[in-house]
Design a binder for this molecule. Sequence first.
Ligand code: 4NP
Length: 167
Amino acid sequence: MKIYNNMSMSKIHKILFVCLGNICRSPAAQGVFQSIVDRNGRADDFMVDSAGTYSGHRGQLPDRRMRSAASHRGYDLTHRARPVSVTDFLEFDLIIAMDDSNFTDLMHLSPSVESSRKIKRMADYFTGQSMTYVPDPYYMGHEGFELVLDLLENACGNLYDSLAAGK
Ligand code: 4NP
């Protein structure tokens, strides 16, 4: 079933970003992508959320180090961590894993072959990067959080462009 925006009758894109804890990479991806959407005046055409494959941080704000690094780039991260649920595979059109481990976990959680096709890797949207995944910054220093934001800004920009162009 396609959900349409009443104003433009264009399809609403529903995107879920997923990492392990949902306190570093995926809420940052959500914030970066939402900011691109808002900057382009397309808030009515996108629904953006994030979740984790591990539920241990449920209800928490993003990690203080990630909030701080993101805030310096103009992103206010206010998401509360939550685990991925089976209904996410029905609700969202695109489910984007930050690394290969998240991808494999999502494939195991997916309730159907059809919903498995919604699962992508963030690195699928990288351009000009030597990295092939978004690394977990949890045990890294400040530079790890900056690297994650650099990769997310690159991938989110490309993802937005491809969806906005209708590809
Ligand atoms: P994230 O980072 O998956 O990018 O949110 C992590 C946060 C917490 C843990 C692991 C990764 N942890 O094990 O608590």
